[in-house]
Design a protein around this ligand. Structure first.
Ligand code: SF4
Length: 115
């Protein structure tokens, strides 16, 4: 179960990517992300809108992916609060909560949000 502390921990874990340009993240994610080469995302069902099955689906879809944090950082930058679906091993509802914590951390950082 992800809670507020969990969202903040995830956002803090992403601090190390704050200075990585978005195009570099995109290159790494599309090159190494499992769903870009190992399987077809469309074989997975859509999110149900219910927390538990959606979290299980996200965990299953992204299991073993070597670029989960890079994927999450990129999605938070590009889609922000409008994010949908599974990215970064999180369902969209959890990702919106992480986005809030991420924004708070980045708004205090030099250079702010990157795109
Ligand atoms: S973390 Fe998940 S959504 Fe992102 S590239 Fe990896 S498998 Fe795909």
């Amino acid at each position: 179960m992800v809670n507020r502390d969990g969202y903040e921990e995830i956002a803090a874990r992403l601090d190390r990517y704050a200075d990585v340009p978005a195009d570099v993240l995109a290159e790494v994610v599309t090159r190494d992300g499992l769903c870009f080469w190992a399987f077809d995302r469309s074989e997975f069902p859509d999110l149900s809108g219910e927390d538990t099955p959606d979290r299980e689906l996200a965990a299953r879809l992204c299991a073993g992916c070597p670029v989960i944090d890079e994927c999450l950082e990129l999605e938070l930058r590009t889609s922000g609060a409008d994010t949908i679906g599974v990215w970064g091993a999180l369902a969209d509802t959890d990702r919106r909560e992480v986005h809030r914590a991420w924004l708070t951390r980045r708004s205090g950082a030099e250079g702010g949000e990157q795109g």
